[in-house]
Design a protein around this ligand. Structure first.
Ligand code: NBG
Length: 827
């Protein structure tokens, strides 16, 4: 028996560790008294939540300490997932699922006179991410722990996460997210785990006694990163991995003289500046060029994380040369790409390795995942900004680039155009550091996040890299965790599946869902299936009424599009369809229309003008359509405010139809598409991102496909796309656009939606008009099938049965095999 392994019997009081109802009840009361300092008479809902959360956290610690012990052991390579975002979602419910104590916990809470669902709603979710990318990181931590792979997720403990969205007068209003206001029971601050991070200043070259040239970096500013640890429990795996987020603080022992900061007030300013670094998450979809604080954040968390890895590696008894055997460092997009230069700096400047050895270690340790092909989203930093903030790293990048371009010239003599295309430094106009190039040169593996995306990556943004290093490229299709996205969020469906399959093995092994295929036509199973969906829809309808005041009909088709608002995701194409139906009704109020509830949700980046106007368009259309007597309640349009993980957990299980309608070639993968389908919604979608693979898995006959594919999009563009031609050639489309332009949804104001209309008619970069008719036709097929509940339910069951591939466990196994060369530890 391992000496660090404590058993319940080692603790004097099992109220900290036990899984029996009585033990849990005592554990909660214990925390109410000793942690919250409240009597049961005066405890608020928040006190009860905190007490419950602490009682759950207690039950995670034994496994956690054991897992941390694994991390310090030499044998296993650990995964270090570097990500500027982790969108974890509320912890309480998920931990109850993964620890396997939901039922006794619920019972204990009830016996204390409280209601578990009410307590779950109390939790303020940590919104430390924008959308898919951050949520993917969270699903991957769940799977890593479930598969017993030692891992650390490294990121930033933003004081303010993604803003809360409110709607006022149909417009988005951003409200700061003060998620830490009432304390965070899930994190443990580790003041002793902290690192200094340098910024600015200059470098000096010194010849050492042994003749070596050594570089010293004399910074202008030094800040401190302090570790905040959150345990991440695997699903009944006995493994609990670590999410380590860094908070920036001022260095206490700041030497005012040495840094020329003469007086007290300036010193206080320094403190404020230091603490600003981890203040706020940047919303994406905005031009990041020139945002110095963002580069500061990136370097800050990467430096702390790499210093931490080196410390852990040396603790394991390793010498620095074997670092790559201890950690597989995964770059989640280019946000942490500076890691390539920072690891070189640590190895060469701080640990005295020579360049070649350091480079080999860096490349062996590092791998890069690309998450977007959108040119405007590819990060690049102006050289002057880089030089000012990270002078030593710029030197290192120049040296990496010099050696790399030498290789390129050797392989392709005389091809200076290729050299320019591959260079880490963009020389067009103002010079920039291209982070995707830095990441690609410094990694042994490069992957996209769905089969199509990985292919397009090789043909477009990383084409030259693929030609140069074909062996580095691979694909890892995204996945989502069935624990949070089915077991926790859709207990009715999870229970039904478990009952029918005769066990819950599918939660860990979702390929087992295939067993449902046999029952796809079974009448009694179908009836039970529909009952679950109805229950979920009824509940969502009540929440919609509460939050928006809109009454929706739970028996109508719930047609849902929830995701960030972006032109390429084409929420406005969805609106064009709504207006097409509306016009049908206006022409003929008796028209036979399948009743639908159109539900939208998603945040727009605060500075993204068009996206904000799309939100206004949706709410404006809702106001007209919802109140029109001719419609007679057959169509309802709802914008559900503040779409986040918590709201997603309510929405996905209640959806009938999943809108995945991006312009082909634009959505790298999508993961919402997987959550919907796993919850029995059918998809209407283009051949984009992971939709392609979802359709392959569930069968073309169980998927509503429409629109141009990626090649078709390219062809149309290169043959000269003229949106006006499509507008003029389609009377229905013309009618819809004309009504928006005429101010029919803006009380006669023709200016409000003019920018949207003009953009559609003049350039229509995302080809809405070209895909419009095909989309409307596909929607008509959806409406027809929905009227045949037997057929619809069969398709829904087959969707769920065939979604096993999209578990994040499969993605993590792929990474282990193809990228990290690591695997589980024995229990
Ligand atoms: C997003 C893509 C999605 C994808 C997620 C996770 C960025 C930069 N990319 O399609 O847009 O599902 O990443 O891979 O946020």
């Amino acid at each position: 028996m391992d000496s660090t392994k404590k058993t319940v019997a080692d603790f004097p009081d099992s109220c900290r560790t036990g899984g029996e109802v009585a033990e849990i009840r005592r554990g909660i009361l214990d925390h109410l008294h000793f942690t919250q300092a409240r009597s049961t008479e005066h405890a608020t809902l928040h006190d009860w939540y905190m007490a419950a959360a602490h009682a759950v956290r207690d039950r995670m610690l034994e496994d956690w300490l054991q897992s941390l012990h694994h991390l310090r052991r030499r044998e296993e390579k650990a995964v270090s997932y570097l990500s500027a975002e982790f969108l974890m979602g509320p912890h309480l419910g998920n931990n109850l699922v993964n620890l396997g104590i939901m039922a006794p916990f619920r019972q204990a809470v009830t016996e204390l006179g409280q209601d578990l669902d009410t307590l779950l709603r109390q939790e303020e979710e940590p919104g430390l991410g924008n959308g898919g990318l951050g949520r993917l990181a969270a699903c991957y931590l769940d799977s890593l722990a479930t598969l017993r792979i030692p891992a650390i997720g490294y990121g930033i403990r933003y004081e303010f996460g993604i803003f809360d969205q409110q709607l006022r007068n149909g417009w988005q209003v951003e409200v700061t997210d003060e998620w830490l206001r009432r304390g965070n029971p899930w994190e443990i601050c580790r003041p002793e785990i902290c690192y200094e991070v340098k910024f600015g200043g200059h470098t000096e070259y010194v010849h050492e006694a042994d003749g070596r040239l050594r570089v010293r970096w004399l910074p202008y500013r030094v800040v401190k990163g302090v570790a905040y640890d959150t345990p991440v429990a695997g699903y009944r795996s006995g493994m609990t991995d670590l999410l380590r987020l860094w908070k920036s603080e001022a260095v206490e022992s700041f030497d005012f003289q040495a840094f020329n900061v003469g007086d007290y007030y300036e010193a206080v300013d320094e403190k404020v500046i230091s603490e600003t670094i981890s203040k706020v998450l940047y919303p994406n979809d905005e031009p990041t060029i020139g945002k110095k604080l963002r580069l500061t954040q990136q370097y800050f968390f990467v430096s702390c994380s790499l210093q931490d890895m080196v410390r852990i590696h040396l603790l394991r008894g390793g010498v620095i040369d074997t670092f790559a055997g201890s950690f597989a460092v995964q770059l989640n997009d280019t946000h942490p790409a500076i890691a390539v230069a920072e690891l070189m700096r640590l190895l060469v400047d701080e640990h005295g390795l020579d360049w070649e050895a350091a480079w080999e270690i860096t490349r062996a340790a590092t791998a890069y995942t690309n998450h977007t092909l959108l040119p405007e989203a590819l990060e690049k930093w102006p050289l002057p900004l880089f030089a000012e903030l990270l002078p030593r790293h710029l030197e290192i990048i120049f040296e990496i680039n010099r050696r790399f371009l030498d290789e390129v010239r050797q392989r392709f003599p005389g091809d200076e155009e290729r050299v320019r295309r591959l260079s880490i430094i963009d020389e067009h106009g103002e010079r920039h550091v291209r982070m995707a190039h830095l990441a690609s040169v410094g990694s042994h593996a490069i992957n996209g996040v769905a089969a199509l995306h990985s292919e397009l990556l090789k043909q477009t943004v990383l084409r030259d890299f693929h030609e140069f290093y074909p062996e580095r490229f691979c694909n890892v299709t995204n996945g989502v965790t069935p624990r949070r996205w089915v077991v926790l969020s859709n207990p009715g469906l999870a229970g039904l599946i478990t009952e029918r399959l005769g066990g819950d093995d599918w939660v860990r092994n979702p390929e087992a869902l295939r067993g449902l295929e046999t029952f796809a036509k079974d009448h009694s199973f179908q009836a039970a299936w529909r009952k679950v969906k109805e229950g979920n829809k009824n509940f969502l309808a009540s929440v919609i009424a509460e939050r928006t005041g809109i009454k929706v009909d739970p028996s109508s088709l719930f047609d849902v599009q929830v995701k960030r608002i972006h032109e390429y995701k084409r929420q406005h194409l969805n609106v064009l369809h709504i207006l097409t139906l509306y016009n049908r009704i206006k022409r003929d109020p008796q028209a036979d229309i399948t009743p639908r509830t159109f539900l939208f949700g998603g945040k727009a980046a605060p500075g993204y003008f068009m996206a904000k106007r799309i939100i206004k368009l949706i709410t404006a259309v809702g106001e007209v359509v919802n109140g029109d007597a001719d419609v007679a309640g057959r169509l309802k349009v709802v914008f559900f405010p503040d779409f986040n993980v918590k709201n997603g957990q309510l929405i996905y299980p209640a959806a009938d139809l999943s809108e995945q309608i991006s312009t082909a070639g634009k959505e790298a993968s999508g993961t919402g598409n997987m959550k919907f389908s796993l919850n029995g919604a059918l998809t209407i979608g283009t051949l984009d991102g992971a939709n392609v693979e979802i359709r392959e898995e569930v069968g073309a006959e169980n998927f509503f496909l429409f629109g141009l594919d990626a090649a078709g999009v390219q062809d149309l563009r290169s043959s000269g796309y003229n949106p006006r031609h499509w507008y003029e050639g389609n009377a229905r489309l013309r009618e819809v656009i004309d009504r928006i332009a005429a101010g029919d949804f803006s009380s006669g104001d023709r200016d409000l939606f003019r920018p949207l209309v003009e953009h559609l008619l003049q350039s229509d970069d995302y080809l809405l008009l070209a895909d419009y008719q095909d989309y409307v036709d596909a929607q008509d097929r959806v409406a027809a099938v929905y009227r045949d509940p037997g057929r619809w339910t069969e398709m829904a069951i087959l969707n769920v049965a065939r979604m096993g591939k999209f578990s994040s466990d499969r993605s993590i196994r792929d990474y282990c095999r193809d990228v990290w060369q690591t695997g589980p530890v024995a229990s």
